[in-house]
Design a protein around this ligand. Sequence first.
Ligand SMILES: [Zn+2]
Ligand SMILES: [Zn+2]
Length: 274
Amino acid sequence: MKKFDAHVHSVFSHDGKLPIEELVRCAAGKADGFCVTDHCDFDLQYGECKANFKCDPLDVEAYYKNFVLTKKAIKDDKNNSLTLLFGIEAGFSAKGDANKRYEDLICRYPFDEVINSVHCVGGKEAYFRDWFYFKSKKRAYGEYLETVLDSLDAPYPYDVVAHIGYITHGAPYRDKELRYEDFPDLFDAILKGIIARGKTLEINFHHDVHPSEDVLRRYFELGGRDICYGGDSHRGEICARIDEFEKLASGIGFEGYNHFEGRVPVFVPFGRDD
Ligand SMILES: [Zn+2]
Ligand SMILES: [Zn+2]
């Protein structure tokens, strides 16, 4: 099977560690291609979201230049057949000026892939424990899923709905699991919304697998077939868990997965090496 990672961070993300040329070295022998998808957090800079960590705005011009130079170096290297792609991870904001800025930015650069992500819920980054103060699990996870549902109608163009279940990372509950059976109506609205809009559902392998298997099974049952592998690595672990991804997804019934070139999904079948 050809191996493509549709979610990779470089040093241009506030939490990424390696320049793009170093990521290319990390990918050697492990991936056929990957899309570098650095964070653009207009939700923090121009939206409603307050972060409790330092987050400089993405320097898109420097990011693009580093991509172009690295892409050229790959082209000039006859021994390197890696497909390097250029993307972005947009942090959705329910309010504020962020959405207009994403629209402008996405028109200005030749992105291969745009990931739409919910990191901020109710005006605050939801990755950390303090987001959960005084919230029951039902309320916290319900608010998160409502925001994911809102994010499907983001006015800017996007291709991928990322890491549904992100909220569980910092959750203080003994049982952190976000299950389909606890929010069937909300999950159905989200999954049907993804299918109706022709978007791709990411299976994210940064920490726990998101979304969880029960949600993926429901997506498949509803007719969803567009998935992608999101390693979401920050230190060059490109395609590190793609065998686990293939086993999980093919066990549910998926026959392959997407990556994006020029904002067009490219289907890769599972289990074949041609
Ligand atoms: Zn993310
Ligand atoms: Zn990410």
